[in-house]
Ligand binder design. Structure first.
Ligand SMILES: Cc1ncc(COP(=O)(O)O)c(C=O)c1O
Length: 400
């Protein structure tokens, strides 16, 4: 038999999986990964490994033989720990039955999208946004309706009238990621109420992504950003995606959760069954402990992120051609370079010429071109070195 050509094979897969553009973050990573001396700030993760105290229960569970198929909704101790964690942070009782354990925040997002939108449906999404929203929407046949925030007078602004005028009879949901990756923009309680009221009025799902809620640089004593949980009932048309990745330094574990009204629990369970058939039980044991004993670690991470944010901001302010808003949440700096037209080409040049790996702003959708993103939850000495190299590059080179 003659082997089919690569083109024949590509013609035999769905158009959506063939034509979906690569995430520009991954394009940058693929270009620079493994290069000697590169300082990568392209991905959204810190540089410290998971603390031993969260790893130990996972190792013990594995050695105890917890190696079988498990609950589709997540192991009961983890769901109970999630309810306790929310009760502590949101000041009212939560029920374990509203929590579903997923393969990372990413599978929580996938599950949400699969459950609420299909071919021909629309989902309203403020941008610049993490590309892992629009990409999976398109893969499932749904259309992301992207509404750019404005960057004016050095700050990002969400025009709610513009957002709501993007709703059509095909709309199923508004997705709001706050604090935002990549902007650090953080919704006020009034913004959240307005989105809630519009969704209630139009019968839409409120989809909240609050994975960075603890990385919030608010007033002293504030330990999280404003949340839909401050103003919504858990049994209303509300779905929240969350993850262990960021707060507890567990990106490689691939464990997250989804919070949903109990009425759709069986549907979520089916989607999980037909996708991953559940998340490894031994990993979930480590996650449960992280929730219960991880507060000091989270506080340390947030303090480090705040100090790093200020370090990076001070360095960027030295360059007249750079504009940015000091982020109020998350752990990214999203900055514009005057004259930059092609953020991906510029990102690749900076990797080649300065040995610093940013992510291109254009990949975050409308409003993102002309910007670069960097993650600042990194080792401060490496960050200082990255800023130094980038500063020298800016003085001698031009963005494209
Ligand atoms: C806005 C946002 N949501 C969700 C996630 C999901 O993270 P993970 O799949 O690692 O749990 C990320 C990760 O970067 C993110 O930035």
């Amino acid at each position: 038999m003659d082997m089919p050509s690569a083109q024949t094979l590509l013609d035999a897969i769905t158009r959506a999986s063939r034509d979906e553009p690569d995430s520009g973050i991954i394009s940058a990573v693929n270009h620079g990964i493994g290069r000697a001396g590169i300082i990568p700030v392209w991905s959204g993760e810190g540089n410290v490994p998971t603390p031993e105290a969260f790893c130990r229960p996972a190792i013990d569970s594995l050695l105890k033989g917890e190696t079988f198929y498990t609950w589709q909704r997540g192991i009961p101790p983890l769901r109970a720990a999630l309810a306790r964690y929310h009760t502590r942070h949101y000041g009212r009782p939560f029920d374990a039955e509203n929590f579903f354990v997923t393969g990372g925040g990413m599978q929580a997002i996938q599950t949400i999208l699969q459950m609420i939108a299909g071919e021909g449906d629309e989902i309203v999404l403020p941008t610049p946004a993490w590309p892992n929203y629009a990409g999976p929407m398109r893969l499932s046949g749904a259309r992301p309706v992207e509404v750019p925030l404005d960057f004016a007078n050095g700050s990002w602004h969400l025009d709610l009238d513009r957002l709501f005028s993007a709703i059509t009879p095909r709309s199923k949901a508004i997705v709001l990621n706050s604090p935002s990756n990549p902007l650090g923009w953080t919704a006020s309680l009034d913004d959240l109420k307005a989105v809630r009221d519009e969704c209630r009025k139009r019968g839409l799902w409120i989809v909240g992504d609050e994975v960075y809620s603890r990385f919030y640089y608010g007033k002293a004593g504030e330990t999280r950003a404003p949340s839909f949980l401050d103003i919504c009932d858990t049994e209303e048309q509300l779905l929240l995606a969350n993850t262990f990745s960021k707060n507890w330094a567990m990106t490689g574990w691939r464990v997250g959760w989804l919070q949903a009204p109990k009425a759709v629990g069986a549907a979520i369970e089916r989607i999980i069954q037909y996708n991953t058939s559940g998340t490894a039980a031994f990993l979930q044991q480590g996650c449960a402990v992280a929730l219960d004993i991880g507060e000091d670690f989270v506080a340390e991470q947030v303090a480090r992120a705040r100090a790093n944010r200020d370090l990076v901001a001070a360095s960027l302010r030295e360059h007249a051609q750079i504009r940015f808003e000091l982020p109020r949440g998350a752990f990214y700096m999203f900055f514009a370079i005057a004259g930059m037209k092609d953020s991906l080409a510029t990102t690749l040049r900076i990797i080649d010429e300065a040995g610093v790996g940013f992510a291109p702003g254009g990949t975050f959708g409308p409003g993102g071109e002309g910007f670069l993103r960097m993650c600042f939850l990194r080792d401060p000495a490496k960050l200082a070195e990255a800023m130094d190299r980038f500063g020298k590059w800016l003085r001698t080179s031009r963005p494209v």
